[in-house]
Design a protein around this ligand. Structure first.
Ligand SMILES: [Ca+2]
Ligand SMILES: [Ca+2]
Ligand SMILES: [Ca+2]
Ligand SMILES: [Ca+2]
Length: 295
């Protein structure tokens, strides 16, 4: 395999491994790393046929990366299809992708962002068809990311201590109102190495960040960012490499990212860029993919 090729366009590096690689195949869900893909000025080009799904990685200033995942149908409905996740499943410092199938409540964790099925960790967690949303975090600060689930119907979080089947040691708590259409987020808001959860309320454009993974509202940080009632999706990451995660938004309609340097309201230092095709069919993901720029 030829070495990776990088294009530097504005602050975004697009990563190309020199061709199209089926990364993971499960039913109708396929990751590809990487379709020939580039973005030059206003012109996109990509090899899109006959391939139906693409997985894009981008790196900004070699500090933090974002990606996009597109489902077969372009649906962003969280209640069906497979949902993309990412995390450091083996504590090597690099995040790799995974999938969650809400219909079966199975997780599929990839050990590397490369072609093939090798080493994929498949396990059941949660009820099949339960309408839950997958989350990922380092709940105990040991450097290993494990999965969790959020049930929008009850606003219950289920955090797993290990990436194996079953309910042993699962931390279950309620945060937020049941059935309110909130979207779960995860991050290390205070930089102590432990990820805690939060919620994004798209109706009010509110972020609610929890300092601990327990029930209740003690110590939560609440601020407004972005439009109210919009279709934007929340993302989180350490965009500036200072050890603390901050929030962002992705607008599927325009394919624009809005990354906040601090967890507060306002637009100070806001990083805005466009990445991916604005067809409304992509789900944003973030991770430290371990891609080196060689500088
Ligand atoms: Ca890893
Ligand atoms: Ca952990
Ligand atoms: Ca923390
Ligand atoms: Ca940060």
């Amino acid at each position: 395999m030829a070495g990776p090729i990088f294009w530097l366009i504005s602050n975004i590096l697009l990563y190309d491994q020199g061709g199209l690689y089926p990364l993971f195949l499960s039913g109708q869900a396929i990751f590809y790393l990487f379709a020939l893909f580039g973005y030059l000025g206003d012109q996109y080009f990509e090899h899109s046929e006959p391939f139906v799904l693409f997985y894009y990685l981008a790196m900004m200033n070699a500090a933090q990366v974002v990606g996009l995942w597109r489902s077969l149908t372009g649906s962003q409905n969280f209640a069906w299809e497979r949902l993309p996740i990412s995390g450091d499943w083996d504590r090597d410092g690099a995040d790799t992708i995974g999938l969650y199938n809400p219909a079966t409540s199975k997780f599929y964790l990839k050990p590397e962002n490369v072609t093939g099925y090798g080493g994929v960790n498949i396990f059941d967690f949660g009820p099949a068809g339960g309408g839950r949303i997958p989350i990922v975090g380092d709940w105990d600060g040991d450097g290993l990311d494990t999965v969790g689930l959020f049930d929008p119907q009850t606003s219950k979080f289920y955090l797993k201590p290990e990436n194996i089947a079953g309910d042993d040691g699962v931390n279950v708590f309620v945060f937020g109102p049941a059935g309110a259409g909130r979207i779960p987020i995860v991050g290390d808001w205070d930089g102590d190495g432990i990820d805690t959860i939060g919620l994004y309320n798209p109706i009010k454009g509110l972020f609610l960040l929890k300092p601990e993974n327990v029930g209740g509202n003690d110590g939560i940080l609440v601020f407004k960012f972005g439009p109210i009632g919009g279709s934007r999706l929340p993302i989180t990451g350490d965009w500036d490499g200072d050890g603390s995660d901050t929030i962002g938004l992705f607008d599927p309609v325009t394919s624009r990212f809005y990354l906040k340097p601090k967890n507060n309201g306002g637009r100070d230092g806001l990083l805005i860029f466009k990445y991916g095709l604005p067809d409304g069919g992509r789900i944003p993901i973030t991770g430290k993919w371990g891609i080196s720029t060689g500088d």
